[in-house]
Design a protein around this ligand. Sequence first.
Ligand code: 13P
Length: 288
Amino acid sequence: MPLISSTEMLQIARKSKYAVGAFNVHTLEMLQAVVEAAAETQSPLIIQTTVGTVKHLGPDYVAAAAKVAANRTGLPIALHLDHCTDFSTIIQCIRAGYTSVMIDASMFAFEENVERTRKVMEVAAAAGVNVEAELGKVGGVEDDIVVDEHEASLADPEECRRFIELTGVNTLAPAIGTAHGIYKGEPNIDFVRIAQIAERVAVPLVLHGGSGIPAEQVRKAVALGMAKMNVATELRIVFSEGIKQVFSAHSGENDPRKYMVPAKEAVKQLAIEKMQLCGCASKAGDMR
Ligand code: 13P
């Protein structure tokens, strides 16, 4: 099976009240780990990379590996570019084979965000590629995008409705109180706002900042209309901890095929947990 656009996958998820796990990967082992998790649980899967990882690995390398994953497993798999502010990187990724892109123009005024999203929609729609946009500002750190607590702002439900009307964007990430990175306390999610947005907007909604949200709160957000859950920081941490543990026990280890093994397994187990939590485990068949 080729890589697919995430549009239909996420529409089905929203209608069926589950969310598809979207996992940020930075190495081949991390990519393989989330694919193995999807295969073991028979889940649809979104593999995603930030712009930093696109620069680090090359979009063609990432796309080639994701295509192999889709072919080998026969699972519905989409490849998504996370939080991109720059049009030329979006084009580069679409050319390389990405099937979904995020244009993050949330740092601009509403009209400018509409304009930039429209421009991406024009090229992406012609290529059958899904587009995600952000309204409000999700706080925290994601690669080079840093939004401090005071800058973060929640999405306005009425603006969300107008934004969809004006852009026709396929998926929307409204800021509703989650943040990128590990929370200091508990996240302060505005569930009433999610419900108000979901009432006005039929497209699948995207929950950013998926690391460290208590399970009950994830379930509640998904039940209200969040159909994609992004997880990055927690995966990065378990991967790195896995490698550190090998070296603290065997400081002389110098074979990546050995020291990467526990790290990869840790990513796989965490991805399985998240897939079960957001309800997409055993839903691969929904897309076939
Ligand atoms: P976390 O790093 O908090 O998991 O957030 C991931 C995310 O939203 C990527 O866009």
